[in-house]
Design a protein around this ligand. Structure first.
Ligand SMILES: Nc1ncnc2c1ncn2[C@@H]1O[C@H](COP(=O)(O)OP(=O)(O)OP(=O)(O)O)[C@@H](O)[C@H]1O
Ligand SMILES: [Mg+2]
Length: 275
C-alpha cells in the first residue's frame, strides 16, 4: 500500500537531512505505530505519504503509484490525515455538516452523500450526536468526528499524527477502540504517530525513528523484549507509573508496585492506615 525506496528529505534552505535513506513497505490493512523522539522525523514522514511534502531523494509510492503533480489530488483523498488538535479541523456548525463538507466537491448524489455520512458516523459511534455542535463534544468525540470526516471520503489509508496526545485517558481509550474497529472491520491501513504505550501494544507493527532513520521495525512485543527504557524511544511511561514515582519522591512507600489506578488507590489507603 505504501512504499518508500531510499527516501531522504531536507527542508528547503536547511543543511540537515531530516530523513535519511528510508526503505519501508507497509501492506494493506496493517496497523503501524510510528514512534520516536521529538524531532526524529515522524511528522515529516507522514506528510510524505500524502504528498504534503515530496521527497528530496528517492521514491514514494502509494497504492503502487508514484506521486506526481497529476495524481496528487487523488492520493490526498486516498490518504486521510488526522492531527493532534481536532478543533482546528472543524468547519461545520453541526457534526453532520462537518462530515458533509469534505464530500461537497466530489459530485456525489444526495443519497450517496447521506449514506456515506451515516455510515462513517456509525463507524465512530457518533450517530446520536448528528446535530450537536462540534465544539460541544468531548475531546475523544471530537477526534472521532475528525476520523468520520476522513472516512466519508473512503480513503484506503489513514494517518493519525498524535491524535490521542491531547486526550484524557477516557478519550484516548475511545479513540483507540475506534481505531481497533476500523482495523478489524474495514481493513483500513493505519499509520499512527503516538507516544502512548497502550496504543503501540495494540498495533500490528511498530516502527521507531531515530534521527531520521528507521531504528526498529517489528512487532510491539519484540520491541519490549529489547529491554530498553521506553523513554529512549519517545514513549511516555503510563500515567500510573509517573504518579507512583512522584509519590515515592515525596516519601510515600508502597508494599506492592501498583499497575493501574485502582491498585494505586488501594495501596494509598493501606499506606494511610499504617501511618
Ligand atoms: N517546516 C520546517 N522547516 C524546517 N525544518 C523543519 C520543518 N518542520 C520540521 N522541521 C525539522 O525537521 C525535524 C523533524 O521534524 P518532525 O516534525 O518531522 O519531527 P517529529 O518526529 O514529528 O517531532 P515531534 O515529536 O516533535 O512531533 C526537526 O528537526 C524539525 O525541527
Ligand atoms: Mg510530529
Amino acid at each position: 500500500m505504501i512504499q518508500f525506496s531510499q527516501v531522504s528529505y531536507q527542508y528547503p534552505n536547511q543543511s540537515d537531512w531530516v530523513l535519511k535513506n528510508i526503505d519501508l513497505t507497509i501492506n494493506q490493512g496493517e496497523w503501524v505505530s510510528l514512534i520516536g523522539h521529538n524531532g526524529s522525523g515522524k511528522s515529516t514522514l507522514a506528510k510524505l505519504i500524502n504528498g504534503l511534502l515530496r521527497p528530496s531523494e528517492g521514491e514514494v509510492m502509494v497504492g503502487g503509484v508514484e506521486l506526481t503533480d497529476e495524481n496528487l489530488w487523488d492520493i490526498r483523498r486516498n490518504v486521510g490525515m488526522v492531527f493532534q488538535n481536532p478543533e482546528n479541523q472543524f468547519v461545520g456548525t453541526t457534526v453532520i455538516d462537518d462530515v458533509v463538507f469534505g464530500l461537497e466537491n466530489m459530485g456525489l448524489s444526495r443519497k450517496d452523500m447521506q449514506y456515506r455520512v451515516d455510515e462513517s458516523l456509525e463507524l465512530v459511534g457518533l450517530s446520536r450526536y448528528k446535530y450537536r455542535e462540534p465544539f460541544n463534544l468531548s475531546g475523544g468525540q471530537k477526534q472521532r468526528l475528525a476520523i468520520a470526516s476522513v472516512l466519508a471520503m473512503l480513503p484506503n489509508i489513514m494517518v493519525l499524527d498524535e491524535a490521542t496526545t491531547m486526550l484524557d485517558s477516557k478519550g484516548g481509550e475511545e479513540l483507540v477502540n475506534t481505531m481497533n474497529r476500523l482495523h478489524k472491520e474495514q481493513q483500513l491501513t493505519m499509520i499512527s504517530i503516538t507516544h502512548d504505550m497502550k496504543e503501540v501494544l495494540m498495533a500490528d507493527r511498530v516502527i521507531v525513528l531515530k534521527e531520521g532513520s528507521v531504528w526498529f521495525d517489528g512487532k510491539p512485543v519484540e520491541l519490549l523484549q529489547k529491554d530498553l527504557r521506553i523513554e529512549e524511544v519517545g514513549l511516555l511511561p503510563p500515567f500510573v507509573v509517573k504518579l507512583t514515582n512522584a509519590l515515592k519522591k515525596r516519601g510515600i512507600t508502597f508494599k506492592e508496585e501498583p499497575l493501574n489506578i485502582e491498585e494505586l488507590v488501594k495501596q494509598l489507603w493501606i499506606y494511610r492506615s499504617t501511618t
